[in-house]
Design a protein around this ligand. Sequence first.
Ligand SMILES: Cc1cc2nc3c(=O)[nH]c(=O)nc-3n(C[C@H](O)[C@H](O)[C@H](O)COP(=O)(O)OP(=O)(O)OC[C@H]3O[C@@H](n4cnc5c(N)ncnc54)[C@H](O)[C@@H]3O)c2cc1C
Length: 390
Amino acid sequence: MSDRAPQWVERRLPTEESSQLVDLVRDIVQREIAPRAAQEEEAGHFPREVFTLLSESGLLGLPYDSEHGGGDQPYEVYLQVLEELSAARLTVGLGVSVHSLACHALAGYGTKDQRTEHLPEMLSGGLLGAYCLSEPASGSDAASLRTKAVRDGDDWVITGTKAWITHGGIADFYTVLARTGAEGARGITAFLVPGDAAGLSAAVPEKKMGMKGSPTAQLHFDGVRVPDARRIGDEGQGFAVALSALDSGRLGIAACAIGVAQAALNEALGYATGREQFGRPIADFQGLRFMLADMATRIEAGRALYLEAARLRDAGRPFSRQAAMAKLFCTDAAMQVTVDAVQVLGGYGYTQDFPVERLMREAKVLQIVEGTNQIQRMVIARHLAGPESR
Ligand SMILES: Cc1cc2nc3c(=O)[nH]c(=O)nc-3n(C[C@H](O)[C@H](O)[C@H](O)COP(=O)(O)OP(=O)(O)OC[C@H]3O[C@@H](n4cnc5c(N)ncnc54)[C@H](O)[C@@H]3O)c2cc1C
């Protein structure tokens, strides 16, 4: 196992407060996350206590209003925090991103009363969230979802199955998209469902290639009753709510990807300078030097792209196209960089004695979640074709 001291990325953060925040994250990473990451991932252990600590430290609601328990941080800062967490352990970085996604609907579309009642405990009260859009038969074509919510007096009764839910079975609240009207995108409504609702159950988590510590499970809604006060936004507005959360969520995935890639590059660099063949460190050979240069360039280009999209979002400008580009580029970069890192380590890269094989397995999922990279290309192309084609 590699035991070198972590190499921190030099960051240009906008305020002194945000620099202190990143220092706090690095302290938590070094003490609580990195030392246990490999072992707990292998054992499939979800570090719930780390999420409790992040919540207590104000790190689970960073991009949201302090009025409701958030951290008032720009997205530019929040994403760099995700990058730091993901470099240590993707289960944690992606978990924070998914939690944030699950809060997005209520923060953006909830009424004043709903926000006052629920957001403080979601953002800084120790709760963990999940986001339920995908279903067994509707993934990329999310608007074809079939889970139904039927009005019954002041309540809604939800029936159906959600698939692939990160934190499924362990979350305290679920942001759920369900059909309340006709077929298609306009018949969908969003709800905030408590984790202990009667009729809600989770299947055994999926056995995954990587991110084994992060539970991903089907959720069954068997007549789950929620009051109308837990409907988020208008009836039929759910798909717009879901998509607006995904624009922001995709930036989170881009930052997670750059974290994974940076961790792989750090490992590769450390190994290449220490390992000798033909009487010289392998880092002296041009074949590897060019590979390392390409890896570093992909990472810096990806970071610049996600930060540019985040700054547009922070300035209140449209950022959907740039978010799709950042998700596409950063996750493809993470895949390439982690595969290359395994190559730099030679046979050792293929063993569990070094973290690069885990990072390579983790990178793969980032090309799939929150819209596959084929779907990102469709989104980008639609933007290029002009507003009438969207
Ligand atoms: C570990 C993990 C965690 C996840 N967490 C969540 C979560 O928390 N909440 C949630 O709601 N979902 C979650 N997902 C689901 C994820 O968002 C979906 O897997 C993803 O959207 C793809 O859907 P699908 O798997 O049904 O694939 P499909 O949509 O069936 O796609 C299969 C293949 O076809 C391609 N494809 C489909 N349509 C087109 C097209 N029009 N043009 C070109 N290619 C196309 C896709 O790119 C893909 O390569 C998670 C998935 C994983 C693996």
